[in-house]
Design a protein around this ligand. Structure first.
Ligand code: XIL
Length: 391
């Protein structure tokens, strides 16, 4: 390599690093409680006195002064939270002001609750549940079994045993967790992401050891542990219908035939600005027509498509995103009969909390949520509220 090439490539690397750091600055959630802390104020006062809302039009600002997400709906409106972030009063204030349902973004996942065969670590998940109880929020449990090899703890990957031993291990995990939270967690994602987009079962350790029965067994064990909990299969991309949706509905029908409690289908709804909301409508309706509860479990709307790696959210983008949130929520409210609407949960509080922004060094940043990185409501929030109010 010539000196100039070397110089150019190392300069580029420095430049890229600087950009990544800059974007971290722009998007990182504030964790300092001193600057923005408003713990002495009631939620309504905070909304009304927040001067940073000027980022958006005065119509939006006036609108949100008088609104809240949960107050605009008669079904639970939820948010995915991270235990440590609940200790930031700015974050916690938005959570309690706007939402009445909580999902732990990762604190209840297999490896976090059960990192070794004989080790159980419930304290962070318990803290999330205690927070929810303090503020009268419903808890949705996520997730008992995730059908993906990369997320299994090492001890599961290395577990040795015959089919009966795997079955017992699955049962022990599911029942220990469900019993631990019995009466505190209203619903569970029993199985997460078991079906690939081509309509085949995702190859993963549970499938290899137990066949498709791992799905039915997990539901059965969960039901035995807490007969009152509503049990869901959670997946992504159902809005595209096709073979994936067909297999998901088939699994639900097979569970019913085996008299196994399988209450609902959860649509994650990690989606993009260019999505046609009719796709959601059609497939929400198919799930509802099958007699299932329908839950929107992880909604966010990425605006990153065809954008440069670092970009800002323009007024136009923010406004289109608001219209899209409104259209998807409306699709849900119209496609699913009220009695089958389990609720709508967004995957994170502010843009800076979104898992799209967890690996900022990849320049993978985005603005998918209802609140900007200063915890001010975006036009997305307005769209969400309007859908709830039937506007
Ligand atoms: C993601 C979390 O948001 C990240 O923080 C974590 O690192 C990986 O998992 N579908 C799911 C969620 O069911 O569990 C995923 O959550 C997002 C995609």
């Amino acid at each position: 390599m010539r000196f100039t090439d070397q110089f150019t490539s190392s300069s580029l690397r420095v430049f890229a690093l600087a950009l990544a750091l800059l974007s971290t600055q722009l998007l990182a959630c504030k964790t300092s409680v001193e600057e923005d802390a408003v713990p002495s104020k009631q939620p309504e006062e905070v909304a009304a006195t927040n001067t940073e809302m000027a980022t958006y039009s005065s119509t939006t600002v006036n609108f949100i002064k008088n609104a809240s997400l949960k107050g605009s709906f008669s079904i639970p409106i939820g948010v995915a939270v991270i235990k440590e972030r609940l200790e930031d009063p700015v974050y916690a204030n938005v959570v309690t002001r706007e939402f009445n349902s909580i999902t732990a973004e990762s604190n209840m996942k297999f490896g976090n609750l059960h990192p070794e065969e004989k080790t159980w670590t419930f304290s962070k998940a318990d803290a999330v549940v205690a927070f929810a109880q303090k503020y009268n929020m419903r808890v949705h449990g996520h997730a008992l079994i995730w059908a993906k090899d990369s997320v299994q703890p090492a001890w599961v990957k290395n577990f040795k045993g015959d089919r009966a031993a795997w079955d017992l291990m699955l049962k022990t995990h599911v029942q220990t967790v469900v019993k631990h939270f019995k009466g505190k967690v209203a619903s569970w994602d029993v199985i997460n992401e078991p079906v690939a987009s081509d309509g085949t079962l995702v190859d993963n350790i549970w499938l290899r050891k137990l066949g498709i029965d791992y799905i039915f067994k997990a539901f059965k064990y969960a039901q035995e542990a807490d007969p009152d909990a509503k049990l869901f299969l959670n997946d992504y991309g159902q809005e595209f219908g096709g073979k994936k949706m067909a297999l998901l509905l088939d699994i639900a029908a097979q569970a019913k035939a085996r008299k196994i409690a399988f209450h609902g289908l959860a649509f994650q709804g990690h989606t993009v600005l260019r999505i046609d909301p009719m796709k959601f409508y059609t497939n929400f309706k198919r799930a509802a027509d099958a007699g299932l509860l329908v839950y929107v479990s992880e909604l966010d709307i990425s605006v990153r498509y065809q954008q440069p790696s670092l970009f800002t959210l323009t007024t136009d983008l923010a406004s289109s995103q608001g219209s899209k949130w409104k259209a998807i929520i409306k699709a849900y409210l119209t496609a699913v009969p009220k009695a089958q609407q389990w609720g709508i949960t967004t995957w994170g509080v502010a843009d800076c909390d979104s898992f799209f922004n967890h690996n900022i060094a990849d320049n993978n940043h985005d603005y998918p949520l209802l609140f900007d990185s200063k915890y001010n409501p975006k036009p997305a929030y307005k769209g969400f509220v309007e859908a709830g109010l039937g506007k």
